[in-house]
Design a binder for this molecule. Structure first.
Ligand code: NAD
Length: 250
C-alpha cells in the first residue's frame, strides 16, 4: 500500500515517521502552508501513485478536500475533526463517487477501548436512574475545534445507550440542566494532547472514567491501520467497522 499524506502538520509528520518505520511508501506530502511539503494542492500530480490519502487537515477544508478525492477516485482516511455537521454531504460525496472512506474523531486503539467502556457504563446508567452521566475534555491551545471529535463521538454513545438522555449540550449552560440533557464540556489551554473524563454520579458515590493521550503515536498507528482497512474497498465506513475486527466484535 502506498499513501499520500494530506496535511503535513503535527499528525502528518507523525504518520510519516510511523509509515517509514513500517516500510509503507509515502508518495507525497501535501500542504499549502508547510514549506517542506512536496505539493500545495490535492490534484492529479500530488495523488498520483497513492492507493490511499490520509487527511489530517482543518475542518474548514474537509468537504472541499473530499470533493477532490472523489473526483480523483482516491480512497481516504479522514482524521480531521470538526466537520461533523456536514456528515450527510460527505457520505453522499463518497457514495456517489464509489470511493472508499473511513473517518474517525479518534483513531487510537486506547480511545476505541475507552469508547467501548463508556458504552458499557452508559448501559449500566440506563438501568439505574440514581446515576447521572456527564463529561469534560481538555486539549491544547492550538486546537481548531471545540468540542473535540472524540467528545462528540462519546456524546453519541451516551445518547444511543441512555434512553432518558435525549440531547448532548456542549456549550456553557447558563441555566439549570434538564434531566433529558447530558452536559459535555470543553476546556482549551497549554499543551495537553487530549484528556477525556466521563463521570457517573449518584447520591452515594462518583465513578470517573478517564483517558489521557500520552503521544500522537496512538492516533497515527490507528490511522495507518485504517488505511490498510480502506485500501481497495468502496463505501463510507466508521471506526467501529474496523475496530470490530481489532477487538473481535462486540
Ligand atoms: P496541525 O495544525 O498541526 O496540521 C494541520 C495541517 O493541515 C497544517 O499544516 C495546515 O497547513 C494543513 N492544511 C490545511 N488545509 C489544507 C489543505 N486543504 N490541504 C492540505 N493541507 C492542509 O494539526 P494536527 O494536530 O496535525 O491535526 C489536524 C487535524 O486532525 C485536526 O482536525 C485535529 O483535530 C485532528 N486530529 C485527529 C485525530 C484522530 O485520531 N482522528 C488525532 C489528532 C488530531
Amino acid at each position: 500500500m502506498k499513501i499520500a499524506i494530506v496535511g503535513y502538520g503535527k499528525m502528518g509528520k507523525m504518520i510519516e515517521n510511523l509509515a517509514n518505520e513500517k516500510g509503507i511508501k509515502i508518495t507525497a506530502r501535501v500542504d499549502p502552508n508547510e514549506p517542506s511539503a512536496d505539493f500545495k494542492e490535492i490534484d492529479k500530480d500530488s495523488t498520483k501513485d497513492a492507493d490511499v490519502c490520509i487527511d489530517f487537515t482543518h475542518p474548514d477544508v474537509l468537504v472541499s478536500n473530499m470533493e477532490k478525492y472523489a473526483e480523483l477516485k482516491k480512497n481516504v482516511v479522514v482524521g480531521t475533526t470538526g466537520w461533523y455537521d456536514k456528515m450527510k454531504d460527505v457520505e453522499d460525496i463518497v457514495k456517489k463517487s464509489g470511493i472508499g472512506c473511513i473517518w474517525s474523531g479518534n483513531f487510537s486503539i486506547g480511545v476505541n477501548m475507552y469508547f467501548r467502556i463508556i458504552e458499557a457504563a452508559s448501559k449500566l446508567v440506563n438501568n439505574f436512574d440514581e446515576y447521572d452521566i456527564m463529561g469534560v475534555e481538555y486539549h491544547h491551545n492550538q486546537k481548531a475545534d471545540s468540542p473535540s471529535g472524540t467528545m462528540k463521538m462519546i456524546g453519541d454513545i451516551i445518547l444511543n445507550n441512555v434512553s432518558r438522555k435525549k440531547k448532548a449540550v456542549y456549550d456553557m449552560m447558563e441555566r439549570k440542566i434538564d434531566e433529558t440533557e447530558v452536559h459535555l464540556a470543553s476546556i482549551r489551554g497549554g499543551k495537553i494532547l487530549g484528556i477525556h473524563e466521563i463521570v457517573l454520579d449518584s447520591p452515594s458515590d462518583t465513578i470517573t472514567l478517564s483517558h489521557s493521550a500520552r503521544t500522537r503515536e496512538g492516533f497515527g498507528k490507528g490511522a495507518l491501520m485504517a488505511a490498510e482497512f480502506v485500501n481497495g474497498k468502496k463505501g463510507f465506513f466508521e471506526i467501529n467497522d474496523m475496530m470490530d475486527s481489532v477487538f473481535g466484535g462486540k
